[in-house]
Design a protein around this ligand. Structure first.
Ligand code: NAG
Ligand code: NAG
Length: 290
């Protein structure tokens, strides 16, 4: 009876001790010299087992070198290498420390899809961002409703109302889903104003037309021949560069600019030629200026 009571006392004391501080976890390890099974303590996170315990010495734990980590108690002889630095389209969410591996997330402007960070879609001209992209979702673009526009090529731009024109300016060109109302006064128009407006409008027009690079090159080559400018390196040109070339090439001569629809017609770019022609006539016909 006395024995049982004593035994209970010991068990209670142990339980109390456990609650205060758990003994360090150990792992069975066979001493290679004696063949005896030893109980080696595990090394804490952030360190590794440089040498296992012996009968007289505890496990020798050494800290992980920079670039290496251990997340848990362990008996590893080497720390684990942190994953490679984050890509340019990623950002570091968790640093590589002795106790943590590096964690990469998508950088602002990118979202996670198909195991990689993809750039948020920029809504095309005529489309506004109904919902901005997040780290997990792409931008949601929506067609601009009547009376609103977005010049596009932006991840954030929303459709906004046409601004309208105030006197002495009047509407030279009605706004569409991809551009605002174009306004001018008679004073502006009398000094080559039409040409300035058309030149301003042209890049937006080409972007909205979303013309193939091949077709844009056709136009640039043609204009290049006519205006005798330096030879352009067209091979790897992007559509943005090509549109810039066209605008630059027509800068020299106003007449070239107004002849663009005709010229595109001769290059068999009928659909685009027709649309540009309409813009040209609308621009010219809009004013009642003397
Ligand atoms: C998207 O982000 C831009 C800029 O951060 C902000 O101005 C706009 O209101 C946001 N759009 C929506 C739909 O929340
Ligand atoms: C523009 O004006 C020209 C003459 O100035 C005329 O022939 C043409 O029909 C007009 N176009 C429109 C769309 O009003």
């Amino acid at each position: 009876m006395l024995f049982v009571v004593a035994m209970l006392a010991v068990l209670t004391a142990r339980a109390a001790g456990d609650r205060r501080r758990r003994p360090d976890p150990t792992i069975g390890y066979e001493d290679p010299e004696t063949g005896h099974e030893l109980k080696c303590t595990l090394c804490p996170a952030g360190t590794r087992a440089k040498a296992p315990c012996t009968r007289t010495q505890p496990t020798d734990c050494a800290p992980c070198r920079p670039g290496y980590y251990t997340k848990h108690r362990n008996f590893l002889d080497r720390c684990l290498p942190c994953r490679a630095p984050c890509d340019h389209n990623q950002r570091e969410r968790q640093e590589c420390t002795p106790t943590t591996d590096r964690v990469c997330g998508c950088a602002p402007g990118y979202y996670w899809r198909a195991e990689q960070c993809m750039r948020h879609t920029r809504c095309a001209p005529g489309f506004g961002a109904k919902r901005n992209g997040t780290e997990h979702q792409d931008t949601e673009c929506t067609k601009c409703p009547h009376g609103t526009f977005s010049e596009g090529n932006s991840e954030h731009a929303q459709c906004i109302s046409h601004t309208g024109c105030t006197s002495p300016q009047f509407k030279v060109l009605q706004g569409t889903s991809w551009h605002d109302d174009i306004c001018a006064s008679c004073t502006q128009l009398s000094n080559g104003g039409h040409t300035a407006l058309l030149r301003d409008h042209l890049p937006k027009f080409f972007v909205h037309e979303n013309m193939k690079v091949r077709k844009l090159k056709k136009i640039v080559r043609f204009l290049g021949k006519q205006t005798q400018t330096r030879r352009l390196k067209l091979k790897d040109a992007t559509s943005r560069q090509l549109i810039q070339y066209i605008t630059d090439l027509t800068k020299a001569q106003d007449e070239e600019l107004w002849k663009l629809p005709e010229m595109m017609e001769s290059l068999q770019l009928h659909k685009t030629a027709k649309k540009l022609k309409k813009i040209c006539t609308d621009l010219v016909n809009s004013s009642n200026c003397k």
